[in-house]
Design a protein around this ligand. Structure first.
Ligand code: 5GP
Ligand code: MN
Length: 349
């Protein structure tokens, strides 16, 4: 683990115990890892340390992750629905813990409040190029499956847990297992020896993996699967150099009655085609296209996202945004851009 200030799990727990108002903050469009490590740490703070804390989430939490909020009530604040309370909690915090973010730039509407806060700041993250200057203490490691795995390691290193996963409150253990499961795509990628040790420890301590899988992967609405079918049949393009791409416009989302969170996971599917080396999914938002990139070993999704899509992430899973001026903002022009830059990227390597 590298960091500007390396501290033990116990020292981390002591900092929380010694703080009056702790706020945990995660990234926009929160995924299983963000909500998993956020709620997992929240349970630890409440049930093990006996302290209160708030989890600040920039925007809506996908329906398939809502089971992780059970019992947490008002200690989870979503900025979209409760902006004033969320901003007030950040303004009053004396400890801020950024989780599953490479920096506060990933927190959308929370960014300016987090940046300007004078609170002590701790980072727990597994992305490339973390903005460690913005934090007093940084737990940063890219050789883990997820922020949940990194948090598991930190909590295991506290005097309270002391390497015994059965001492974690069950909801915390469930949350950590959930985030690790979604960030590894259910053990398909980014699995390290420590990932399987963690899975084994958490299973032994009573985590119900079937329940997690049912909530996360078996509870979609029919519309999502119909839309996926349409995109794969009618829209999927594959370039000669092995880039697969799909562009989803707002009009199509409306036609299928689909929300933004329901397209999660679409980008992974074209990678199952042998000749595809990189898969790119674009979804139109207000004034830009949100971009998801996934690649196979040897091709950097992170470098492509940084170079062409104002983003970044991990070596094989990254994201960003594509801005096209209003006059030329169309699904077709977005496709043309993707075809051009992936050609340049894959052939110019
Ligand atoms: P997803 O495609 O699932 O939205 O994101 C994949 C990975 O890329 C995640 O680890 C996420 O943190 C990162 N990512 C997504 N969007 C952005 C972005 O706009 N900027 C940066 N730096 N990373 C992003
Ligand atoms: Mn993550």
């Amino acid at each position: 683990m590298e960091g500007k200030d390396v501290i033990s799990g116990s020292a981390f727990a002591d900092i929380i115990s010694g703080s009056r108002r702790t706020v945990l903050a995660v990234h926009t469009h929160p995924d299983g890892d963000a909500i998993g490590c956020g709620t997992g740490l929240l349970h630890f703070i409440r049930e093990v340390l006996g302290k209160r804390a708030v989890l600040a989430v920039p925007d809506a939490i996908p329906d398939n992750l809502l089971f992780l909020l059970e019992g947490l009530g008002d200690s989870v604040l979503v900025h979209d629905s409760r902006p004033e309370e969320t901003e007030k909690a950040i303004a009053e915090a004396d400890l801020i813990i950024g989780m599953d973010i490479s920096g506060f730039d990933r927190t959308g509407p929370l960014k300016s409040f987090l940046h300007s806060s004078k609170a002590r700041k701790i980072l727990i993250d597994h992305h490339l190029n973390p903005d460690t200057d913005a934090f007093d203490v940084a737990f940063s490691d890219t050789e883990v499956s997820s922020s949940c795995e990194l948090l598991y390691r930190i909590l295991s290193d506290t005097v309270q847990i002391h390497g015994d996963a059965s001492l974690l409150p069950l909801p915390a253990a469930t949350a950590l297992m959930t985030g690790m499961t979604t960030d590894t795509n259910n053990f398909a990628n980014s699995v390290f020896p420590g990932t399987l040790r963690m899975a084994s420890d958490l299973l032994s301590s009573g985590v119900d993996r079937e329940m997690i899988i049912d909530n996360v992967y078996h509870a979609y609405r029919e519309n999502r699967i119909r839309l996926l079918g349409f995109l794969l049949y009618d829209r999927l393009g594959i370039t000669p150099s092995g880039a697969a791409y799909m562009v989803l416009t707002r009009k199509e989302m409306e036609d299928f009655g689909i929300s933004e969170a329901e397209t999660e996971g679409f980008v992974n599917i074209p990678l199952s085609i042998g000749k595809v080396k990189i898969s790119i999914f674009l979804r139109e938002e207000d004034g830009f296209f949100r971009v998801s990139v996934r690649s196979k070993k040897g091709i950097s999704a992170n470098a492509l996202a940084m170079k062409y899509f104002n983003g970044g992430g991990h070596e094989l899973a990254a994201g960003g945004k594509l801005f096209l001026s209003e006059e030329i903002r169309s699904g077709k022009n977005a496709e043309d851009y993707v075809v051009r830059v992936t050609g340049e990227y894959l052939e110019g390597r």
